[in-house]
Design a protein around this ligand. Structure first.
Ligand SMILES: Nc1ncnc2c1ncn2[C@@H]1O[C@H](COP(=O)(O)OP(=O)(O)OP(=O)(O)O)[C@@H](O)[C@H]1O
Length: 691
């Protein structure tokens, strides 16, 4: 958020206007208990989560998300203060995300295909369900604010299905009595809140499955079909995902209605989805997964235009942003419709000084550049290439945009360009003409930053994947030189943190510039989709660490560093054949001390990078900031522990190379193969004494 926003003091009236509605559960005199309210969770909370995120994406309100999530909300029919709520709803301070919430499928800004997918799933698992079929589970994923919950609510309404939603209890100050009531047995032992939370959740599922939702005033009781919705995941499951899996196994066996989880994407690498729903569990319990995409700019524009038009009718004093401004707004919210609507409301407030700041800045820059009537298209054009425009987007409530590694790499490798007109064309001297390129539509440094990945790790991915997208060997040579330079920049650990930014700049821009087949906008098509892969470096590095640890332990008597052992001593020992060495040592020498020219090394099997893969292997997850600096000892310790458990041989922990023949990995020379290799190379056996 810009400085002006941060620095601005809200007047008490403003603050009240924004906050009162959302926090009246806390401020109001309704006396909602802060204690545990398990009954709330069990009564079914259909429709109440509409308001729970209303301010979560508003500028400066990021931290309210937890609060708003925890807030127990109710529709106007299930709250004693429905009248005052209604009055308040009609006031102009009502959050527009609620005021203009979608009522029908056509109103939804979600991709039609996704709505159909969810609808088909619901029909199949609710109406065409086999009587003996157990419970079915659906997992909805996608970025925050892309309309997952809204879609479920509208479809449930259209299909006449009740939604029973779990909400985490506000407080976990359980008494022993509570726990006894929930778990059904007397417990003298100390009950931890986490256990109680799991028990509560389990109990909720059981009851939701067994009993119908309480019928509220004005609700029809025609249909007893229902679904259970979990968006507020109990924290305990993040600490112990197996407890969730156990509950789900039981649910799938015994339940009669579908269970839907909504989990928003997370870009930081420790994906909640992978943690809570690993592949094996998805397969075992036949959990369907439907992934939503960010709301498309065209859909977003439609919604914003509709709101602006409706607001203009109601309140003519409201500032109505023009088309160019709405486009900027759409761009800045990264496909999050909640954030876009909140920003629109925020900046349409007349008294909002931030908005004035922004519009005056925009006006000034327009005047300076003589942009008047053509402002819209110029802004669009400028926004593609001018970094200050990005800052402007941030100024109108832009979200902190993140992109998955897969897309970030794609943006660099496919590097979209825009043709330049004659007048804009920078006149390069004739000897530099070969470096002429159309304007890039991306900022490589921004993309690396948004991928939330360290520079050296990003370089690894680029290095692994760029070749497939080149057509000329000379271009590859040039690109590889840039990558080498980038590597050198990152080489010194003491300056790496600072230099990483320069390093990624060199590598990404180097690769982009070197690829002449993508130098101009008109020659960018025709490449089609090519899969991206994870760096082989991960495997090779772990193999290297393993070998270092093994060299150190097997040849400790030489008191040499692992590098020296592997590059100097072992190649020498490989030329000798000392019958006094043990089998493990001989196998290791064969493995790392020789580079037989006659042997053909196959290519390692590459692992495909999927679109939401955080890109950091589990082993490196803790070192993501600086994987290359990952200390060998840590890996060695880990591997040594494994090895000592697996095969203790004369008290020496052995690497994979040193296990008995049948256990050697296929990349290693097997004893028989080693024998053949020795014969082929006609090695002379000499006496050698290391002492
Ligand atoms: N046309 C629209 N389509 C979808 N949502 C809309 C639309 N207009 C307004 N909204 C509001 O935008 C919000 C979308 O949030 P929703 O909870 O559906 O997103 P989500 O994908 O479930 O995100 P999260 O993971 O953060 O819960 C809702 O409050 C909804 O009422």
């Amino acid at each position: 958020m810009s400085g002006s926003a941060a620095g601005r003091q809200l007047s008490p009236a403003e603050a009240k206007g924004w906050l009162a509605g959302s926090f009246d559960d806390f401020f109001g005199s309704e006396g909602i208990s802060s204690g545990v309210v398990p009954e709330n969770s069990l009564q079914g909370n259909s429709g109440r989560n509409q308001r729970k995120k209303d301010l979560s994406a508003a500028p400066g309100c990021g931290t309210n998300r937890v609060l708003s999530r925890k807030r127990a909300k109710a529709s106007s029919v299930d709250r004693p203060c429905s009248k005052s709520r209604q009055n308040w709803s009609q006031s102009q301070d009502e959050p527009w995300v609620d005021k203009y919430k979608p009522e029908t499928q056509n109103d939804l800004a979600v991709q039609k295909k996704k709505i159909e997918e969810v609808e088909t799933w619901l029909r199949m698992h609710i109406f065409q369900r086999h009587p003996k079929q157990g419970g079915s589970v659906l997992l909805l994923t996608g970025p925050a604010g892309c309309g997952k919950t809204a879609t479920i609510q509208i479809l449930a309404k259209d299909l006449g299905v009740q939604v029973q939603e779990w909400t985490n209890p506000i407080s976990l100050d359980f008494t022993k009595e509570d726990v006894r009531n929930i778990s059904g047995h007397d417990s003298n032992s100390h009950a931890f809140p986490s256990q109680a939370q799991t028990a509560l959740f389990q109990d909720f599922l059981l009851r939701a499955n067994k009993y119908n939702k309480l019928q509220m005033l004005g609700e029809s009781s025609q249909n007893d079909k229902k679904l259970i919705l979990i968006e507020d995941m109990p924290n305990q499951f993040y600490r112990d995902p197996s407890s969730l899996h156990e509950i789900l196994r039981r649910f799938v066996r015994t339940s009669r209605c579908p269970l839907i989880f909504i989990i928003s994407d997370n870009f930081s690498g420790d994906s909640n989805q992978r943690l809570l729903f690993p592949k094996e569990v998805l397969e075992e319990l036949c959990i369907s997964v439907i992934s939503f995409k960010p709301v498309a700019p065209t859909n977003m524009m439609k919604v914003l235009n509709r709101i602006v038009a409706a607001e203009a009718n109601i309140n003519r004093e409201n500032y109505a942003p023009d088309r160019a401004s709405l486009e900027l707004l759409c761009k800045g919210c990264s496909g999050d419709i909640r954030s876009a609507i909140n920003s629109l409301q925020f900046f349409s407030m007349k008294e909002c000084s931030l908005e004035k700041d922004f519009w005056s800045r925009k006006k000034r820059s327009s005047t300076l550049k003589g942009e008047t009537a053509a402002a819209v298209c110029n802004i669009r054009k400028k926004s593609k290439s001018d970094i200050s425009e990005d800052q402007a987007i941030q100024a109108i409530g832009g979200k902190d945009a993140s992109i998955f590694l897969f897309h970030a790499l794609g943006k660099i490798i496919y590097c979209k360009r825009e043709p330049l007109s004659e007048s804009e064309f920078p006149q390069l001297p004739s000897h530099l003409l070969e470096h002429h390129r159309d304007t890039l539509l991306i900022h490589p440094e921004d993309i690396v930053e948004k991928s939330h990945m360290s520079g050296s790790m990003f370089n690894l991915y680029l290095h692994q994947n760029y070749v497939e997208f080149f057509t000329d060997i000379d271009d590859i040579v040039r690109a590889s030189e840039y990558l080498s330079a980038a590597d050198v920049l990152c080489g010194n650990w003491s300056s790496r943190l600072v230099m990483e930014e320069y390093s990624t700049s060199v590598s990404t821009r180097g690769v982009i510039h070197s690829n002449k087949s993508r130098a101009f906008a008109h020659c960018q098509g025709g490449m089609g989709f090519r899969p991206l892969h994870k760096p082989q470096w991960f495997f090779i590095n772990s193999k290297y660490q393993e070998n270092c640890a093994a060299a150190k332990s097997l040849f400790s008597s030489f008191c040499l560093s692992p590098e020296c052992l592997q590059t100097e001593l072992l190649p020498y020992l490989a030329k000798l054949a000392n019958p006094m060495r043990n089998e493990a040592q001989i196998a290791f020498i064969q493995d790392v001390g020789r580079l037989p020219l006659k042997r053909h090394f196959g290519r390692l099997k590459l692992e495909t990078l999927t679109d939401k893969d955080p890109g950091v292997p589990d082993l490196l997850a803790g070192y993501e900031e600086d994987p290359i600096d990952m200390h060998a000892a840590d890996v060695a310790v880990q591997m040594e522990e494994n090895r000592t458990n697996e095969n203790d041989c004369d008290g020496l922990p052995l690497s994979s190379s040193q296990r008995s023949g049948s256990e050697l990995p296929c990349s290693q020379p097997q004893p028989v193969a080693a024998q053949v290799a020795m014969e082929e190379d006609e090695l002379n056996i000499e006496e050698y004494d290391s002492d």
